[in-house]
Design a binder for this molecule. Structure first.
Ligand code: SME
Length: 151
């Protein structure tokens, strides 16, 4: 599934006639609609010079958490750690920001431009413990390709 999706992600990202936000929006929708265990897919980006993340394009239910301070929640922790964060069971996390009561698991993968952590892709799942290394490698690929259109 991920090999085919990679090709589709590349096609969407290469549509240079469209604004970046539109292309990212379409990537979010593609991922949410194609991967059964992806129920909310969104990008957060560092908000200017502030130590906080701001919600970018996403697919899924609207969230109140459009600004997340560095260090807070899974997303805020990834902004500081620069590492993938796979959460098989959100109930087991102390530092977690709940967006919806249906969410059981989450994965956040940082997005780098020239080695600098400038944002992340965040995925919520209503399935418990759904993420494997295949998701991590796939989302790292997506972020690498996204970073190319952002530079
Ligand atoms: N659960 C995230 C907050 C963002 S929502 O999932 C859209 C967190 O703990 O950082």
């Amino acid at each position: 599934m991920f090999e085919k999706l990679k090709q589709e992600v590349l096609i969407l990202l290469n549509r240079s006639e469209l604004k970046n936000d539109i292309r990212l929006q379409q990537v979010c929708e593609l991922l949410k609609n194609s991967v059964p265990h992806y129920d909310w897919v969104g990008f957060y980006f560092k908000n200017g010079d502030k130590d906080e993340l701001k919600l970018g394009p996403y697919a899924g239910s609207p969230t109140d958490h459009t600004i997340i301070p560095f260090g807070k929640g899974i997303c805020g922790q990834v902004a500081v750690s620069n590492q993938n964060f796979v959460v098989p069971d959100v109930k087991a996390q102390d530092n977690y920001i709940a967006c919806s009561i249906t969410v059981k698991a989450e994965i956040v993968v940082p997005l780098f431009i020239n080695g600098e952590n400038i944002g992340q892709i965040d995925i919520d799942s209503n399935t418990e413990n759904p993420f494997t290394e295949k998701d991590e490698r796939f989302l790292e690929f997506v972020n690498r390709e996204v970073s190319k259109i952002l530079v």
